[in-house]
Design a protein. Sequence first.
Length: 128
Amino acid sequence: MKVKELMRTAVAKVSLDATVTETLSRMDEWGVTSLPVEDAEGILLGIARHADLSRGLSEGSVASSASVGNGLSSHLVTATPEMDVARVAEMMRDKGVEDIMVVEGRYLVGALSLAEAGKAETGLRPAV
């Protein structure tokens, strides 16, 4: 099964100029723990993760009014729509990520969680 058959195409995202506070609020509002960050042209720049931003705030390394770009995770793992779901799930486990952004070139076209991949393929289980 290919990623394009399972990926969500409606993906909540945030722009690079959003503040850390705005980004954390959006995550809470939408019930997600990470958001892809795009520039003005829609190019995927990285992932803002709730845990990373919260840790940065508590340690004082990131200001609440700072651009979310200051707290982007360097742990960006991507897939393409044509990749095999089982291979992508294995890659996600190896990299320790629970969700993956699906890109065509540098543009975000969808997302897939390890849980979604696990439900679709026999034998795949979400990371614990």
